[in-house]
Ligand binder design. Structure first.
Ligand SMILES: Nc1ncnc2c1ncn2[C@@H]1O[C@H](COP(=O)(O)OP(=O)(O)OP(=O)(O)O)[C@@H](O)[C@H]1O
Length: 288
C-alpha cells in the first residue's frame, strides 16, 4: 500500500484543542509516542474514521478517506480496552467478528486458521475466552484486527496489563506483522516501539514535537547525556536536568542532560533519553 499522509489535522472537543495541525506520513511501522492525554487515541480514531477531524485531510494514492466504508475495510484496529464475551471460544469470537467485518462465510474459516497461525493461537482456538491469559487475549484482539488482511493495522497501548514476558512476546509479534502492512503502535512506553518501529512520532498536548527514525531521535541528544557518581546530598543536583538516579554502593549513579561540551562522562544515549529530553524541553517552553 502507498503511504498515508495526514495533512493539517485539527480537532477540538468541548472547545479544547485536542489535536493541532498534525502533519504525518505513515509508511511501514510507525510508533506514536506520547504521555497520557497527548491525543494519540483521538488521532487513531480519526485515522480509523470513527471520528471526524474539524479540518485537515488524510490521503493515500489507492484509498479515498471520504469513503469511510472502504477505509474501514482496509484498517484493522485493536483498541486500548479490548474485551469479548467470556463464554465463547476463540474460534467463535473470530467467526463473529469476521462476520461483522463482512468476510464471507466461505472465506472466514480459512482466514481464521491463517490468522490464528500467524499470531500463534492455533492451540487455543477451541478454548473459551474466560480461560485465556492477558497476553493470549491481546493476541485474540490482534487476530480480530488482522482478519481480512487489512493494509493498515492500528494498535492502541499494546502492552498495558501484560506481564514482562508477554510484553516481549507481543512486541515480537507486532514487529512480524509490521513486515507485511503499515502498522501504527500508540503508546507511552518507549520499549513498545524501540525495536518494533521504523519511524517514531512524538506527540504532546495535541502537537507533534518530533518525527523521524530512531537514529534521528538519538542524534537530538547525542553528546548531551552524562553519567556521574555522586552523594545524593550534593546540592548541585538540584540544578541538573536529571534523567535517572540509581543506588550504587555508598553513592548514586545519576544520568542527566548537559549542554556543556567539555563533559568527560558523556554516554551513548537511549531512545528513552531522547523522549525525556523532548518532554522536558516542551515543559520549559511552556513555562516561558
Ligand atoms: N470525548 C471527549 N470530550 C472531551 N475531551 C476529550 C474527549 N476525548 C478525549 N478528550 C481529551 O482529549 C485529550 C487527548 O485524549 P486522548 O485519549 O486522545 O489522549 P491519549 O494520548 O490517547 O492519552 P491516553 O493514553 O490517556 O488515552 C485529553 O485531554 C482528553 O481528556
Amino acid at each position: 500500500m502507498e503511504k498515508i499522509q495526514l495533512k493539517n489535522i485539527n480537532k477540538q472537543m468541548k472547545r479544547k484543542d485536542i489535536l493541532q495541525n498534525i502533519n504525518l506520513d505513515i509508511h511501514g511501522s510507525l510508533g506514536l509516542l506520547g504521555p497520557n492525554g497527548a491525543g494519540k487515541t483521538t488521532l487513531m480514531k480519526i485515522i480509523t474514521t470513527l471520528i471526524q477531524p474539524d479540518s485537515g485531510t488524510i490521503q493515500s494514492e489507492n484509498l479515498n478517506w471520504e469513503n469511510t466504508k472502504e477505509v474501514r475495510k482496509n484498517i484493522g484496529y485493536l483498541p486500548q480496552h479490548f474485551s469479548m464475551y467470556k463464554n465463547i471460544t476463540v474460534r467463535e469470537c473470530l467467526n463473529h467478528l469476521g462476520n461483522l467485518k463482512g468476510i464471507s462465510m466461505h472465506n472466514r474459516s480459512k482466514d481464521i486458521l491463517t490468522t490464528a497461525e500467524n499470531v500463534n493461537l492455533i492451540d487455543v482456538l477451541d478454548t473459551k475466552i474466560k480461560n485465556l491469559s492477558g497476553g493470549m487475549l491481546r493476541r485474540v484482539g490482534i487476530a480480530q484486527a488482522i482478519l481480512g488482511n487489512p493494509k493498515l493495522l492500528i494498535v492502541d497501548e499494546p502492552t498495558v496489563g501484560l506481564d514482562i514476558e508477554e510484553r516481549v512476546r507481543f512486541r515480537r509479534l507486532l514487529r512480524k506483522l509490521g513486515r507485511d502492512r503499515h502498522i501504527i503502535i500508540s503508546t507511552h512506553i518507549v520499549e513498545d516501539i524501540e525495536t518494533t518501529c521504523d519511524s517514531i512520532c512524538i506527540l504532546k498536548d495535541g502537537k507533534v514535537l518530533q518525527t523521524g527514525s530512531k537514529s534521528d531521535l538519538l542524534d537530538l541528544v547525542r553528546g548531551k547525556v552524562v553519567e556521574d557518581m555522586v552523594d545524593l546530598n550534593d546540592t548541585y543536583l538540584e540544578s541538573l536536568r536529571l534523567i535517572s538516579t540509581r543506588e550504587a554502593g555508598n553513592q548514586y549513579k545519576i544520568r542527566y542532560f548537559s549542554d556543556s561540551v567539555n563533559q568527560n562522562n558523556i554516554v551513548e544515549p537511549a531512545l528513552e533519553d531522547a523522549y525525556l529530553y523532548l518532554m522536558k524541553e516542551e515543559d520549559t517552553n511552556d513555562r516561558r
